[in-house]
Write a protein that binds this ligand. Structure first.
Ligand SMILES: Cc1cc2nc3c(=O)[nH]c(=O)nc-3n(C[C@H](O)[C@H](O)[C@H](O)COP(=O)(O)O)c2cc1C
Length: 205
């Protein structure tokens, strides 16, 4: 059976959402389909407006109940950095997954990830590494992006570019004004494609 893929993200200013859409395109390019979900917001409106956060999209399902994910085989997680780590919105979501943790609801499922930071050196790799602990405790099988299909992009130093062997990435700048570049979107699309090709080798009976 073809793997059932979900792309789950949190995005305050839309950068991670753009990468999520490029990841989805990549999955589709490889002949698959992927369902987009967004992680619920946890901050009050008053705080969000002080942070100049735009309204969340209404056309992407908000994932309140983590058990919905038990029906899926493979996941791409979109994580915008907070202090080189998950944002609290993502942490709150994971803190609702005690049932899956204790019963193995996600055990043996596949996961890749992509990130956004404001700055270079702001935690693209540390965010990915921090996520490993959660993946390990749930028993997810981590699928890295690696260099095989990305060496040209990852070794191209001609312009600023987010992403690494751990997963696609973008830089938003301190004020959120920088948008994902063509190369960052290309990297995200390649990740979606190669992730799907990788998980398609597994027999999901
Ligand atoms: C509270 C807070 C902490 C942040 N911490 C970092 C950080 O440690 N390093 C960094 O480069 N950017 C940091 N940022 C910037 C975010 O990572 C950036 O806004 C986000 O990746 C943009 O993605 P989005 O548009 O999908 O929300 C922080 C932003 C906020 C609001």
């Amino acid at each position: 059976m073809a793997p059932k893929v979900a792309i789950i993200y949190y995005s305050m200013y839309g950068h991670i959402k753009q990468l999520a859409e490029a990841e989805k395109k990549g999955v589709e390019q490889a002949g698959g389909t992927a369902k987009l979900f967004q992680i619920p917001e946890t901050l009050p409106e008053e705080v969000l407006s002080k942070m100049h956060a735009p309204p969340k999209p209404t056309d992407v399902e908000v994932l309140h109940d983590p058990s919905v994910l038990e029906e899926y085989d493979a996941f791409l997680f979109g994580i915008p950095t907070r202090y080189g780590n998950f944002p609290a919105q993502w942490k709150t979501f994971w803190d609702k997954t005690g049932k899956q943790w204790s019963t193995g609801g996600f055990w043996g499922k596949y996961a890749g990830l992509f990130v956004a930071t404001g700055t270079q050196g702001g935690g693209q790799e540390s965010t990915a590494i921090a996520a490993m602990s959660t993946l390990a405790h749930h028993g997810f099988v981590y699928v890295p992006l690696g260099y095989k299909y990305t060496f040209d992009l990852l070794s191209d130093l001609s312009e600023i570019r987010g992403g690494s062997a751990w997963g696609a990435g973008t830089f938003s700048a301190g004020d959120g004004s920088r948008q994902p570049s063509a190369k960052e979107l290309d990297l995200a699309q390649r990740q979606g494609k190669t992730f799907y090709e990788t998980v398609s080798k597994v027999n999901f009976a």
